[in-house]
Design a binder for this molecule. Structure first.
Ligand SMILES: [Zn+2]
Length: 198
């Protein structure tokens, strides 16, 4: 069990960075509406990236239990919020996680905690799905893990091509899901249909 402490973020440095960023727009940092904005933004950013200061051991907290169930367990519609590593703009959506246990199961709330831990870092959706899948495989020693994520990306909606209704689906398949078409189809058939833009 790791006792890694949660590192207190250095708001001083990031507050100064936000001051410079806001000033670069030509804004008056002394006007009342903006007085506390740099420190508020620094704290918000620390919250959105707190996954860097968490460990799998803390998040899972020994919540792996013996079970004879070997059939599909599907945890669906886990909402998540992340920041794209290319623009640091939000992307958000839902994750659906299926796995085939092999002697032990993971506490249900831990799936959401694992999603949050990796989502609260600078990410691309494709890697986020992979990291979640590998972690569940490692923690449970299961026969297979499948992850599907549907998300809307602000860097697609607010800038660049400005597409408001496009969503992105990423998948990650490990273990038996890599070669067992029946298992894949069972999972993909059970996963909720792709959502329109969130
Ligand atoms: Zn982006």
């Amino acid at each position: 069990m790791s006792n890694t402490p949660i590192i207190t973020p250095d708001y001083k440095e990031s507050t100064e960075s936000y001051r410079q960023l806001i000033a670069s727009t030509g804004e008056d940092l002394d006007r009342p509406g903006l007085l506390d904005t740099p420190v508020r933004a620094a704290k918000a950013f620390a919250h959105l990236t707190q996954g860097y200061h968490q460990s799998i051991e803390e998040v899972v907290n020994d919540a792996v239990f013996p079970s004879a169930n070997r059939e599909l367990v599907l945890v669906q519609n886990i909402e998540f919020y992340s920041l794209c590593e290319h623009h640091m703009l939000p992307f958000h959506g839902v994750a659906h996680i299926g796995y085939l246990p092999d002697g032990q199961v993971l506490g249900l709330s831990k799936f959401a905690r694992i999603v949050d831990m990796f989502a609260r870092r600078l990410q691309i959706q494709e890697n986020l799905s992979e990291q979640i899948a590998h972690t569940i495989m490692d923690v449970t020693g299961c026969r297979g893990v499948a992850v599907v994520m549907d998300a809307s990306h602000m860097c697609m909606m607010m800038r660049g091509v400005s597409k408001q209704h496009s969503t992105t689906r990423s998948t990650a398949m490990l273990g038996e899901y890599q070669h067992d078409n029946q298992a894949r189809n069972e999972f993909l058939g059970a996963v909720p249909k792709r959502q329109p833009a969130f």
